[in-house]
Design a protein around this ligand. Structure first.
Ligand code: EPU
Length: 337
């Protein structure tokens, strides 16, 4: 455990942005984490997980603590279910693949989402009709201020669409060190209702898919739409899908009858931001090394040497055009640092 100075974060953020940490340290256990926190009480700190949901627009003038805790174990089981505790620094997709190999069901729709396990509760990751909260039981965290352990059970976490207590009331106060998931051992409830999955399975003549087959379908869909960060820097969906009141939406829909939307409550609809961005003509556009992906307009990409500021400028241009065109405000899902 050693503090490094002026450390390049290029390989620690999936956008592949060159930015430096004034000080950097990787911790491999909860004890190491507590020691670093206690020894650097008065330093400004920045917690870094998988770096898959952030845009670095400047160097970080703080002590960057990289959470690199590894390991997973079964902590409880019965005939139907298994409870697994997974350490925060495990790669999410590798964890999903491991679960599928053991025939543990529940995570398959979230295959190939970038990032680490410890950050999945923060924004309640989700894809293809599943959300992390559906399998979440609890997580362990360390309080930064006093290094005490705290368990957050599901009811406390206030999970919502890409939302949780960790982004709101307790933001920057806790570091998640492990997560407990409850998965199925048999009678898996595969969820194939999301259009693209059904199409993909049908294409392969699969009618009653195994969890492995659902995972393969998701992997294949994601690969066709979403760029691999190892090949093209990106952070997944850059924007959230905006939620608009039905009253407001009725007016907008009159002007744009072809606009897609999903009912989410009695009073609100969700509009796919990808559709708005595509209609506004941004899909596949490139501004220097910053651009909008050609297959999924929600994803901003770094073609090589884009700076965070350049990507931020593109995102602002998109937000402004969408607002001027449709009167809808779209919000970044990615944390802009
Ligand atoms: N669409 C377009 N043009 C585009 C992209 C999408 O018209 O360039 C339309 C599609 O035709 C479709 C609708 O928008 O009618 C929704 O598209 P899609 O199913 O691809 O999903 P999304 O709403 O664009 C969300 C998540 C993704 C997740 C997919 C699949 C958010 C912000 N994004 O995208 O999550 O993989 O659903 O479940 O909710 C991520 O968070 O990083 C991420 C990739």
């Amino acid at each position: 455990m050693e503090i490094q100075h002026d450390f390049s974060l290029k390989n620690y953020n999936t956008f592949g942005i060159e930015a430096k940490a004034k000080k950097f340290i990787a911790v491999h256990s909860t004890e190491e984490l507590k020691t670093v926190l206690a020894q650097n009480k008065n330093e400004k700190k920045f917690i870094l997980g998988g770096g898959s949901n952030m845009l670095l627009t400047q160097d970080i003038e703080a002590l960057v603590i990289h959470i690199d805790l590894k390991g997973k174990k079964v902590i409880q089981e019965n005939e139907d279910s298994v409870w697994i505790e997974c350490q925060a620094g495990e790669n999410w997709h590798e964890f999903v693949l491991w679960a599928i190999e053991q025939n543990f069901g529940g995570l398959e729709n979230m295959s190939l989402i970038p990032g680490n396990v410890g950050t999945t509760p923060v924004q309640n990751i989700g894809a293809y009709g599943a959300e992390m909260k559906d399998s979440f039981i609890s997580c362990q965290a360390v309080q930064i201020e006093n290094q005490e352990n705290k368990t957050f059970i599901k009811d406390e976490c206030q999970f919502g669409y890409r939302e949780s207590i960790f982004k709101n009331q307790v933001k920057d106060q806790f570091i998640i060190t492990s997560v407990v998931f409850k998965l199925t051992k048999r009678n898996h409830k595969t969820n194939t209702s999301y259009g693209d999955i059904l199409t993909e399975l049908t294409k392969n003549n699969i009618t009653t898919p195994t969890i492995k087959e659902v995972s393969n379908a998701v992997i294949s869909i994601r690969k066709s739409k979403l760029p691999d960060p190892k090949e093209l820097g990106n952070s997944g969906s850059f924007f959230k899908n905006p939620i608009v009141s039905k009253k407001e939406f009725e007016k907008i829909h009159l002007k744009f009858p072809e606009m897609k939307f999903y009912d989410i409550s009695e009073t609100e609809v969700k509009v796919p931001a990808g559709w708005l961005i595509e209609q506004a003509g941004f899909k596949g556009k490139r501004f220097g090394d910053a651009g909008i992906h050609k297959n999924q307009a929600l994803v901003l990409v770094n073609y090589g040497n884009a700076t965070g500021q350049e990507i931020l400028a593109v995102s602002k241009k998109i937000q402004q055009t969408i607002f001027e065109t449709f009167g809808i405000q779209i919000e970044a899902e990615v944390n802009v640092i």
